[in-house]
Design a protein around this ligand. Structure first.
Ligand SMILES: [Zn+2]
Length: 185
């Protein structure tokens, strides 16, 4: 209480606090497996959270998550189902500290994320953030350049199959509209 009172009297600190709270409100997309990946905005730690307790809720829910580093993080959980479109689009993905590049093929695509295939093994794991760059086969040949958090990796005879979620989500953005339109047809 004392700290709150102090912060309220202190102009700049109050603005700073408000700014931090606003900055850390993150929208999180819940998939059908009821697991979601959170990335702490302070320390970058990736946590996989079971959100099945919220599975019956259809509208957005706000929850608090306390990271191991002590950083409190407000999240909006949103359950949305998006049409997945089967595609075959080639592009590249960039991953790891050394920004390694691999050719990839996008196999399916939705407003929430995608599935890519790599012919050569790559040092990737669930929770890693990678960059994907590819071109849609729409009339505009839109280039998609977007960060993705890896949600699952399957190794098979064809190489690697990697499922990921766009991060951050951008509901209502141009990116979202383009993908919404593209995956609808
Ligand atoms: Zn943290």
């Amino acid at each position: 209480m004392y700290n709150n009172g102090y912060a309220l009297r202190s102009g700049p600190r109050q603005i700073y606090r408000q700014d931090r709270v606003r900055m850390t409100e993150t929208k999180v997309f819940i998939n059908n497996d009821n697991l979601t990946i959170l990335v702490c905005p302070e320390c970058g730690k990736v946590t996989e959270v079971d959100v099945s307790g919220y599975s019956s809720i259809n509208q957005a829910v706000r929850i608090s998550h306390l990271c191991e580093c002590g950083y409190a993080h407000t999240l909006f959980l949103e359950r949305r189902k998006f049409r997945r479109k089967k595609v075959e689009l080639s592009g590249i993905c960039v991953f790891g500290e050394n920004k390694s590049k691999r050719r990839m093929t996008v196999r399916d695509l939705s407003r929430a994320g995608l599935k890519i295939e790599l012919k050569i093994k790559a040092d990737m794991k669930v929770g890693d953030k990678i960059l994907v760059v590819f071109r849609l086969d729409n009339e505009e040949q839109t280039t998609i350049r977007k960060e993705v958090i890896i949600r699952n990796i399957i190794e098979n005879i064809n190489g690697l199959s990697v499922g990921g979620e766009f991060h951050p989500r951008e509901f209502g953005s141009d990116f979202d509209k383009i993908l919404g339109l593209y995956t609808f047809h």
